[in-house]
Structure formats: structure tokens, C-alpha cells
Design a protein around this ligand. Structure first.
Ligand code: IPD
Ligand code: CA
Length: 283
């Protein structure tokens, strides 16, 4: 949770790009890619071409994931040719500007393949390792979450803020599961212990949208072990700019080891409940 503090909107670094400009481009690219994956959905759902698998037999990737990433990368090559790029489907470019774009072309590919309307295009921008802007677009619901560091977060242009719930017992908590059996076993054990302590659990299927759901108070909290950077980078900016605390279970910023997000009054209570279950130490 330390690096947002490195960015002081009152003391802009002249070498640093304007977060608002970065956000404007991130939003444009996310909406454009979202339209593209919507156009491709009928073909993907009819199974032509069939979805393939990645890290395990349940981890899906489609032609739409690859096409959307290619479109975003092509847009960046045109508008910010010297920036770095990291994308879930393999895009990787080392830039020369200190600015890097983190892309998840479809976060929630399983939902996308099954026709469940909870998936998103997620684009974050960092400069010298500090996240400055994030755009998460839900093309099925036509909802755009956007945030630039120091300037607040919005949902379709309207400012959003996290809920203020403090008690775990009445908290609605979102989570997600990895794609490998051993990890899922550990995640199920944690869930088994947590479920009797909370209002209820939600598994929407897109980590980026989960974080945005905490940001707009649609759920009270979210946690997941084992995400990739592209799953949470943009959602993290949206959540933090909405006043959500986003961290790991070791008192640091969120990382691929663990991501917990909740309002300031709830964060430590949820983190404690997860620590008691050894959530961080499982596979
Ligand atoms: C997945 C989704 C899911 C989360 C998984 C992620 P993908 O991303 O965010 O909600 O539980 O851990 O891998 O594979 O659909 O881009
Ligand atoms: Ca993802």
C-alpha cells in the first residue's frame, strides 16, 4: 500500500505523463476492445474456433482474447510507441519512457465463453513502477470504471466511493479461485472457515470487476490468492481512488501472492480472519 503515496498530485514530476491523459487513452482502448469482443462473441459461443486452454485444462483462452490484446497493442504502438507493454496473452515490450501499460484483454474469459455477462477489458498504466491510471470496461453491461491517481474514481463518469461497513459479520465478500487443483483445495478450506463469519460470498468471475465492485459499494470486500498483475492492476487504481484499502496479508501492497480489498474500517478485520486461516501460506 506504499506506492500510491509516491505520487503527489500537488508536486507533479515534469518527466511523468499526465495521469488524466493516460486515463483518457486507457478508456478509449478499453471501450474499443470491449466492442470488438462483443462483436466476436457469437462466433466464440458457437465454438468456431474452439476455445483453447493455458495453465490447466480449465484455464480458457479464445481468439477474442488474442484479437483484443492485438488491437490494444496496435493502438499503443500508434499513440505511445516508446512505452512498455505487458499483456496476459503474451504482449511484452520494454519501453524507453518509464511508462508501461498492463493489459488483460478479457478478464473473466470463462464467463465470456459461457455467455455469462461478467467479464471485462482491463488496462492499467504505470510510470516508474507506480500505477497512475486504470480503466476497466464491462462491455456486456456497457459500464466503464475509470480512475487517475489523485483524481478519484468514476463509474460511467459518475464519482464512486467505497461503502463504510465495519463488521465482518454483515459483509458481502467477493472472491475468486485459481485454475490449478491444489490452489483451489486451499482456497476452498479458507472459504469453508470464512463463510460462517460473513453475510455471504460472491464469485463473479472477473477480478478486475470484483475490485470495481468494492469501489462502488456493490460488495463490501474482495480477496483472492494467486492473481496475475494484469488481473488486478487497473482495478486496484479504481478501488484505491474510491477510498478502498488494497493490500496483501503481510502489510504491504497487493501482489500476485495475495490481494485483499475493503473499506478502511473493514480491511484489517478481514485480513486477520484470512491470516488466521493461513490463507497466505497455502499453495
Ligand atoms: C481470472 C478472473 C477470475 C479470477 C482468476 C483470474 P482470466 O482471469 O479474474 O475472476 O478468479 O484468478 O485468473 O483468466 O479470466 O483473465
Ligand atoms: Ca484476468
Amino acid at each position: 500500500m506504499s506506492d500510491p503515496a509516491q505520487f503527489d498530485p500537488a508536486q507533479p514530476d515534469p518527466a511523468q505523463p499526465d495521469p488524466g491523459d493516460l486515463l483518457e487513452l486507457a478508456c478509449r482502448l478499453a471501450v474499443n476492445a470491449g466492442d470488438q469482443i462483443q462483436d466476436m462473441r457469437a462466433a466464440v459461443m458457437s465454438g468456431t474456433p474452439e476455445a483453447e486452454t493455458k495453465s490447466s485444462s480449465v484455464d480458457l483462452v479464445t481468439a477474442a482474447d488474442r484479437a483484443a490484446e492485438a488491437t490494444i497493442v496496435a493502438g499503443l504502438a500508434k499513440e505511445r510507441p516508446h512505452d512498455g507493454v505487458l499483456g496476459e496473452e503474451g504482449a511484452s515490450r520494454v519501453g524507453t519512457t518509464g511508462t508501461r501499460w498492463i493489459i488483460d484483454p478479457i478478464d473473466g474469459t470463462t464467463n465470456y465463453v459461457y455467455g455469462i455477462a461478467s467479464y471485462s477489458v482491463s488496462i492499467a498504466v504505470e510510470h516508474e513502477g507506480t500505477l497512475l491510471a486504470g480503466a476497466v470496461y464491462d462491455p456486456a453491461g456497457e459500464v466503464l470504471f475509470a480512475a487517475a491517481r489523485g483524481r478519484g474514481a468514476t463509474r460511467n463518469g459518475h464519482p464512486i466511493t467505497a461503502g463504510s461497513r465495519a463488521e465482518l459479520a454483515t459483509a458481502l465478500v467477493a472472491t475468486g479461485f485459481g485454475f490449478v487443483a491444489d490452489r483451489r483445495r486451499g482456497q476452498a478450506e479458507v472459504l469453508l472457515a470464512l463463510l460462517p463469519q460473513i453475510r455471504d460470498i460472491r464469485r463473479f468471475g472477473s477480478a478486475a470487476l470484483d475490485l470495481c465492485s468494492v469501489a462502488c459499494g456493490q460488495v463490501d470486500a474482495y480477496y483472492e490468492k494467486g492473481l496475475n498483475y494484469w488481473d488486478y492492476a487497473a482495478g486496484r487504481v479504481v478501488a484505491e481512488e474510491a477510498g478502498v484499502v488494497v493490500g496483501n496479508l503481510r502489510g504491504g501492497p497487493p501482489d500476485p501472492g495475495f490481494v485483499v480489498a475493503a473499506g478502511p474500517l473493514l480491511f484489517e478485520t478481514l485480513a486477520d480472519a484470512l491470516r488466521v486461516q493461513g490463507a497466505d501460506d497455502k499453495p
